[in-house]
Design a protein around this ligand. Structure first.
Ligand code: 5GP
Length: 193
């Protein structure tokens, strides 16, 4: 999506450790107009799929997923991170290794909000090694729901997550794929889509 790529080039900052900082429009301050355009693009890309629920993970996925849910006219559920093992049988639980914080989280979704009747579109801000998405896929599986697709704002194509998800045969729509980025001079190169 040209508009997202242009915004990344204008305001994104390449940090050490393969981190792209986009906190002026996605991760801290959020640009709602941009989110609306992203949501419209996913609506087009997933047209015809019987999506009745959006699933994301707290915290940074929530803003984007909320706008996407409005566009699709369906509810949005976010998986909650909890630092302690949760033995509450009212929840589905999985573990996720965090790329940005280097910790392992227990992640939960209430059984009330995800079940076999659901056709889910998973939305997240970034795709790096794919740990967050694997965790969400696991929750959907355990719930007996169907994954209709995954929408990611920014995929870092030089990390392994994108290939891993595509190999599973899941429709993955990343609105911008960073092919390479250089910490020294700040250059960012996108994959042609
Ligand atoms: P993964 O689980 O795919 O390795 O990492 C995905 C999660 O890590 C995303 O939900 C996002 O919060 C965070 N993340 C990974 N890479 C980056 C990055 O380069 N920039 C930012 N802002 N977040 C990232």
């Amino acid at each position: 999506m040209k508009k997202l790529e242009e915004r990344i080039l204008k305001d994104g900052i390449v940090r050490s450790g393969n981190v792209l900082k986009v906190d002026s429009f996605i991760n801290h301050q959020m640009d709602m107009e941009l989110f609306e355009e992203m949501a419209k693009e996913w609506k087009r890309l997933f047209a015809g799929k019987p999506i009745n629920k959006i699933l994301t993970i707290e915290a940074s996925g929530i803003g984007i997923a909320a706008i996407v849910a409005k566009e699709f006219g369906v509810p949005v559920v976010f998986a909650k991170k909890s630092m302690s093992i949760n033995l509450d049988y009212d929840n589905y639980c999985t573990q996720i290794q965090s790329f940005t914080h280097g910790k392992v989280y227990d992640v939960i979704v209430s059984r009330k909000f995800l079940g076999p009747e659901d056709h889910v579109l998973i939305i997240d801000d970034f795709l790096a090694n794919g740990c967050a998405l694997l965790g969400l896929l696991n929750l959907v599986n355990v719930a007996g729901a169907v994954v209709e697709g995954i929408g990611v704002a920014v995929e870092k194509g030089f990390q392994k997550g994108g290939d891993m998800i595509r190999e599973k045969g899941i429709q993955l729509e990343s609105l911008a794929i960073v092919e390479s980025m250089d910490e020294e001079n700040g250059t960012i190169i996108f994959r042609e889509q």
